[in-house]
Design a protein around this ligand. Structure first.
Ligand SMILES: Cc1ncc(COP(=O)(O)O)c(C=O)c1O
Length: 399
């Protein structure tokens, strides 16, 4: 059969991390590659109990019918209250659209705003799926330089003037891939600059609850005076990715457009999962669960930092995140191609990382790697980082 695929999707290859996951699934490989919460930390008992309760209540007949695209109003009201934790106040159910994971929020934002040939600014480096989504709408992602406290504001303004972008996509808290967090001042200036130039900010914030040290920084959305920020939250990293539940919060006009876009994709998000998340919020289960996981992630982050400092080459400079799931580093002046080396690293070290270049709009970053510390066990962190350290040292010496 001669399939006549859409030209739109020709530029896209599959997600690099999904391809690596396939290699890892063959077994025996320590994975620092995924973005997974620790498997033994999923709230399985609570999920089973609350689902069972809902399925055996009279509500089941209503929940198992079609719902409105926005999602159940009482759960949206719970989420609106929950968003207060991120500094977003004075909103109700009408400001919230339930989405099938945060990823769908990125897609709906791009679908609502981007036309072929439009530009979208992203942080360099950024979440690789955002690059794919922007490209799938035939728009062009352009990287904005990062500095220690967020975006380089001069570069942001220069790129705005040069490209006239319609949107800016950022992960300002415990970013994927770097683990970095923008300061409050940087966020305020981003809100001001984008409002001045009529640009929508897609603030993707799935990691903010995973802070294990330092103090919380308010969201960009909480500083939005022009109605130009779409805030995306997700329950994937704090409850379960398999539930596929997130929420978007934006000005009604923007949210309305996203809702129309969602109608054509999946009509509405899985109502049983939505109801479970509603109960989890109402009963404080999420709060208690996060309190239980954070010390474990903190310990693992400390351990991976110690191991990197002990086993990796001296030229390797890494971030030291105060939360989230990732640590990021660069082999300074070593000219390593971490993409080319990955299959050999998996083969010889039985450990996997994600190559840096997939997170850059222009495909640079070959000398960087992203490591996840939440999913591997403590003994695997020690073993895997030691093996990778030996591997990278041998590659640098043989140059
Ligand atoms: C920055 C970022 N946004 C969105 C997602 C997707 O999240 P979800 O499972 O809620 O769709 C991820 C997952 O890794 C992520 O890192």
């Amino acid at each position: 059969m001669d399939y006549r695929f859409s030209g739109r999707m020709n530029k896209l290859s599959g997600s690099a991390t999904r391809e690596i996951l396939k290699l890892i699934k063959r077994g025996g490989v320590i994975s620092f590659a995924g973005g997974l919460p620790a498997a033994d930390m999923l709230p399985a008992a609570e999920l089973a109990a609350v689902s069972d309760e809902i399925l055996n209540s009279p509500r089941v007949k209503e929940i198992m019918q079609y719902d409105v695209t926005e999602g159940a109003p009482e759960v949206r009201a719970e989420i609106a209250e929950y968003l207060g934790d991120f500094g977003i106040h004075g909103i109700g159910a009408d400001h919230v659209q339930i989405i099938s994971g945060g990823q769908q929020g990125i897609d709906l934002s791009c679908r609502a705003l981007l036309d072929k040939g439009d530009y979208a600014l992203v942080e360099d480096p950024t979440y690789l799926a955002a690059l794919q989504i922007i490209t799938s709408y035939e728009a062009v992602p352009v990287g904005v330089k990062a500095v220690s406290d967020g975006l380089d504001l001069n570069d942001l303004e220069a790129k705005i003037k040069k490209y006239n972008p319609k949107l800016l996509y950022v992960v300002p808290t415990f970013s994927n891939p770097t683990g970095g967090t923008y300061s409050a001042e940087n966020r305020k200036r981003i809100a001001e600059i984008t409002a001045k130039y009529n640009i929508v900010v897609v603030e993707d914030d799935p990691y903010a609850k995973l802070r294990f040290s330092g103090s919380a920084v308010p969201s960009i959305k909480s500083m939005d005076t022009a109605g130009n920020v779409i805030y995306l939250t997700s329950f994937s990293k704090i409850v379960s990715p398999g539930m596929r539940i997130g929420a978007a919060c934006a000005a009604p006009e923007l949210l309305g457009r996203m809702t129309v876009c969602k109608q054509g994709i999946d009509v509405h998000t899985n109502s049983l999962a939505v109801a479970v998340i509603g109960e989890f919020l109402k009963r404080g289960i999420i709060k208690r669960h996060v309190e239980k996981v954070l010390p474990i992630y903190k310990k693992k982050q400390k351990l991976i930092v110690e191991c990197l400092d002990k086993y990796f080459p001296d030229c390797y400079r890494h971030t030291n995140p105060e939360g989230g799931l990732f640590i990021w580093g660069k082999f300074e002046d070593a000219k390593l191609d971490t993409q080319a080396l990955l299959p050999e690293a998996i083969e010889t070290c039985k450990a996997a990382y994600v190559q840096g270049n997939v997170f850059y709009a222009d495909g640079s970053g070959h000398d960087c790697i992203r490591l996840n510390f939440s999913n591997p066990s403590e003994s695997d962190i020690e073993r895997g980082i030691e093996a990778l350290g030996r591997f990278f040292k041998s590659k640098i010496q043989s140059k």
